[in-house]
Design a protein around this ligand. Structure first.
Ligand code: 13P
Length: 288
């Protein structure tokens, strides 16, 4: 079942109030969409976000990936939102809103504070016309969204709590992605979040927080973030790695018969397993 925007926002708010988080899983193609949907169906009481775009549009094309994610969510028995991740482009945001996305992330983190506010405000205005909710970002993450680079967090780009409060008041955004030592992709050494900074942001900001770069995050750091207002976590590299490991293990068997279906199925099932593990961790781990 595809959530409406208001239903998606309700799921986010409920997670926030309970000190839990919705998982946002990045999808690139048919098998990753199917893998995420199967994980959601295996955990029926927990809404899940399929993050279809903006990076993956470069691979799959906007229209096909949009339709694929929306159709798969609509046909499923699970509660699924379809979310646009990391978009800098208002036309792209409008296209996804028109198609029926539950939520969008407008990413002005590369802009000045004033420009980020202006871009986010416009995205919020457009989203309201479609009943969708909006995530924005303040501060910037190290690392690459589509390829793991073993990056390390940079202190200079971290989210400032006072600025975050001003940003949310100025934009009326529904959720704020923060930079508190989190990194896109895997890292050479385990990530330690700046949990004091996260607490300060949580105190000053009245909306749910979003943690990007959750792949490989140690469990104590993940749970520490849930206790400090994080109500959505984004996962990509962990699913990519599961997919690639399964496909490479299957390749010797698939190659003699040119059996692409067994290869793609192995990748899809690995995505389901990895996403299921994260849903279980988010929803069933005892909170500190
Ligand atoms: P990871 O690749 O580290 O899981 O980050 C995903 C993400 O934040 C997508 O927006």
């Amino acid at each position: 079942m595809l959530l409406t925007g208001p239903e998606g926002l309700k799921a986010l708010t409920t997670a926030y109030e309970n000190g839990r988080a919705l998982p946002g899983f990045v999808a690139y193609n048919l098998e990753t969409v199917q893998g995420i949907v199967a994980a959601a169906e295996a955990n029926p009481d927990h809404p899940v976000l399929i993050q279809a775009g903006a990076g993956p549009f470069k691979h799959a094309g906007r229209e096909p990936l949009m339709r694929l994610a929306l159709d798969a969510a609509t046909a499923s028995s699970a509660a699924l939102g379809v979310h646009l991740d990391h978009s800098r482009d208002l036309d792209e945001i409008t296209a996804c809103l028109r198609a029926g996305y539950t939520s969008v992330m407008v990413d002005g983190s590369h802009l000045s504070f004033a420009e980020n506010i202006a871009l986010t405000r416009e995205a919020v205005r457009r989203a309201r016309d479609h009943g969708a909710w909006v995530e924005a970002e303040l501060g910037a993450l190290a690392g690459d969204e589509d390829v793991s680079t073993n990056a390390t967090a940079t202190a200079t780009a971290m989210t400032d709590p006072a600025q975050a409060a001003e940003f949310v008041a100025e934009t009326a955004v529904d959720a704020l992605a923060v930079a508190v030592g989190n990194v896109h992709g895997f890292t050479a050494t385990p990530v330690r979040l700046d949990l004091d900074r996260l607490s300060a942001i949580h105190t000053t900001v009245p909306v749910p927080l979003v943690l990007h770069g959750a792949s490989g995050l140690p469990e104590d750091q993940l749970l520490g973030s849930l206790a400090r207002g994080v109500a959505k976590i984004n996962v990509n590299a962990e699913l990519r790695r599961a997919y690639l490991q399964a496909v490479s293990a299957q390749l010797p068997t698939a190659l003699p018969g040119s059996d692409v279906v067994s290869l793609w199925s192995a990748g899809r099932d690995a995505v389901t397993k990895a996403a299921s593990r994260i849903i279980t961790q988010l929803t069933q781990t005892k909170l500190p």
